[in-house]
Design a binder for this molecule. Structure first.
Ligand code: HPA
Length: 249
């Protein structure tokens, strides 16, 4: 089976409404089972796979996701290109709630997650190049597709991956800002690194759900799940248009 594009959905994105005639697969991999069924169907005339990263009922916290099984399953099913949808908080000015962004850099603050395929004794030790953590050609295609679809997108930015599941303190976000992070999320790593180890084309389409702690005009704003979900729902309106354009290219 060939899959033109695999889409991994994040918080608030548990299905792709436009996926027609979808068939559900529940593959098993050498690393265990993915977060949920992989739904393969037709989207803009192409074969598209969709997987909800946290499970379709959002039952998996970021540190419990089997990132290896998710990516290996998609690869074994024939995917070469992976578009990761990641719900994030915005840190710097251009990344307010409801913005779509395609980051070009990341910093990994996660810990204790299995972050490599080289974990098991006897597995080949890989030191993959990760200077550009996202596949440039896929990033460019996403940004161009957004432009063609007249969907606003911020091209570039640095994604900081935190451990979660709690949100960050203001001091943590202030530090991340000093480090150069524009966005903060909990699932960007180890996913991007594993995709590179697997030789997959991988890029992130980030959906800004809220100002990160202490960022934005109201430094004392409390972040609620309802705000997050409401903003994701609004920003997601542009995503099918971007996917359409990306797929017909
Ligand atoms: N921090 C971390 N992850 C997130 C946030 C946040 O503020 N919002 C959505 N995902």
């Amino acid at each position: 089976m060939t899959i033109d594009l695999a889409v991994i959905g994040g918080t608030g994105v548990y299905a792709l409404g436009e996926l027609a005639d979808a068939e559900a697969f529940q593959p098993d991999t050498a690393y265990g089972v993915p977060s949920g069924p992989i739904r393969v169907g037709t989207y803009a005339g192409k074969r598209v796979a969709f997987l909800a990263r946290h499970g379709e009922g959002h039952s998996l916290p970021p540190h419990k996701i089997n990132y290896r099984a998710n990516l290996v399953a998609l690869k074994e099913m024939g995917a070469q290109r992976v578009l990761a949808l990641n719900t994030v908080g915005g840190i710097s000015e251009r990344f307010g709630p409801r913005v779509l962004a395609c980051p070009d850099q990341l910093i990994d603050y996660t810990w204790g997650r299995i972050s490599t395929l080289c974990e098991e004794p006897g597995s080949e030790v890989l030191h993959v190049d990760f200077g550009e953590p996202y596949t440039t050609s896929l990033r460019q295609a996403i940004v161009q597709a957004a432009h063609q679809a007249s969907v606003a997108i911020v091209d570039a930015g640095c994604y900081g991956a935190t451990q979660g599941p709690r949100l960050e303190t203001k001091a943590e976000i202030a530090r991340m800002r000093r480090d150069g992070c524009d966005l903060v999320g909990m699932t960007g790593m180890p996913e991007a690194g594993l995709a590179r180890e697997l030789g997959l084309d991988y890029a992130c389409l980030a959906i800004v759900a809220n100002w990160a702690a202490g960022a934005g005009p109201d430094a004392d704003a409390v972040i609620t799940l309802q705000d997050v979900l409401d903003n994701v729902a609004v920003a997601m309106a542009g995503v099918p248009k971007v996917l359409q354009r990306l797929l017909v290219r």
